[in-house]
Design a protein around this ligand. Structure first.
Ligand SMILES: Nc1ncnc2c1ncn2[C@@H]1O[C@H](COP(=O)(O)OP(=O)(O)O)[C@@H](O)[C@H]1O
Ligand SMILES: [Mg+2]
Length: 387
């Protein structure tokens, strides 16, 4: 290698580290992530691609903020097919779901021909252009609305489009919300979707028990409707490399910091990125800080103080006792060792409290063991109890 080559590599490295060190925080948490914030999931991406390239439907289960939405969108990058994405958390009725799906149809397919097809719907929606987004807004007449006819016509149209165009992928995120929207919706959806051959359905769900109930219980309408993929955390070794590379240039000992971050976050995708973000902030303000992870944790918890306080205050007395018990004891809430934490509460009360806390997202249930979902909420509570 010539001196010029070495010099070029040196300058390139310097430039790269400078970009990482100086420009902007290289960590992202909150909404879905793609490159350059996305890491690993190679095996899962292949699985998703393979299922979507087949005639099967896909179900991804994983706790909140594990990266389900990010994974599907990442896999879709190489698939090049129309995506009709709906977050079920934002849907309030079957008709609303039909409108949102139809809106996404307009986004993906040329609208001229569509209008003719829509004129044949049993209930014809009115279409307007949103002057701000320039997108077509869909509105079914609420006085004529039945829910079923609209949804059936829209979903059948989507399947039809799959015959003459590229097969669409319909992604229904946070699918467990189906129960909140309408108690008949799940049966309705199944009876419509089961006839479709020209599209793939993807269901994402955060409430593991609910989603398993939908897709794995024999008596459920969606029993064995698709292939279930359970998303795990990102392996610590891979996440560590991701962190180290991004901390290089700003930290003297990136490997050690990566290890410390992962020890606290437990390799949880969102919490790892969140803590790493704060570590980077600490170092960018104070490059000589010798305990950036401790400092970052303090900063993070301080910024979350209001949210955690509000979350804790919304809990009833039993739920609070259980949460406090969970941070003070390593024992499982139903065990004898745990019982002093909840005094003499009846087992049925503890059980319904646990169920509620899992449903609200405070606790995670893995097989029969429970843990606090948000590691920083746990640390906040520990510190709070110490006074
Ligand atoms: N593959 C990934 N690589 C790095 N960070 C990720 C990855 N997947 C998720 N994350 C982190 O988790 C956060 C939540 O991801 P998201 O896809 O919204 O999760 P979910 O859909 O399961 O709630 C992201 O903002 C990001 O910080
Ligand atoms: Mg999501």
């Amino acid at each position: 290698m010539s001196v010029v080559h070495i010099l070029i590599i040196f300058v390139a490295k310097l430039f790269a580290t400078n970009i990482i060190a100086m420009k902007s925080n290289p960590f992202k948490f909150g909404t879905l992530v793609s490159d350059p914030y996305f890491t690993d999931r190679e095996k899962e991406i292949k699985q998703v691609e393979s299922i979507l390239n087949s005639a099967n439907h896909l179900i991804i289960i994983g706790p909140r903020r594990f990266g389900k939405t990010s994974l599907v969108f990442k896999a879709m990058e190489s698939i090049h097919r129309p995506i009709l994405f709906v977050d079920m958390q934002l849907i309030n009725s079957s008709v609303d779901l039909a409108s949102q799906l139809l809106k996404k149809v307009f986004r993906n397919y040329p609208s001229q021909k569509l209008r003719t097809q829509i004129r044949n719907f049993r209930i014809v929606p009115s279409l307007t252009i949103n002057p701000i987004s320039n997108e077509i807004e869909v509105m079914f007449n609420p006085f004529k609305a039945s829910g079923n006819a609209e949804l059936e016509d829209v979903l059948n149209l989507i399947d039809q489009l799959g015959k003459s165009h590229k097969k669409p992928v319909i992604i229904l995120d946070e699918f467990q919300e189906v129960f909140r929207i309408d108690k008949n919706l799940i049966r309705q959806l199944r009876s419509i979707m089961q006839t479709h051959q020209n599209c793939n359905y993807v269901f994402l769900g955060s409430q593991e028990s609910m989603i398993r109930e939908i897709f794995e219980k024999k008596k459920s309408p969606f029993y064995h409707f698709g292939i279930v993929l359970a998303l795990e955390k990102i392996p610590a070794k891979l996440f560590s490399e991701y962190l180290s590379v991004r901390l290089t240039g700003i930290a003297k000992n990136p490997d050690l910091l990566a290890k410390q971050i992962l020890e606290i976050s437990g390799s949880h995708p969102y919490f790892t990125q969140q803590l790493a973000f704060f570590v980077w902030e600490v170092l960018s303000f104070d490059p000589k800080n010798s305990i950036p992870v401790d400092q970052a944790l303090d900063d993070l918890i301080r910024t979350q103080d209001h949210t955690y306080e509000r979350l804790f205050n919304t809990l009833n007395t039993t739920d609070r006792k259980l949460m406090i018990g969970m941070v003070q004891s390593d024992a499982q809430p139903m065990s004898k060792e745990f019982s002093p934490q909840v005094e003499l509460l009846p087992v049925s009360t503890i059980y319904s409290s646990l169920k509620r806390l899992v449903k609200e997202g405070y606790l995670l249930k893995n097989k029969s063991s429970y843990s606090i979902d948000d590691v920083f909420f746990k640390i906040w509570l520990i510190r709070r109890l110490k006074g």
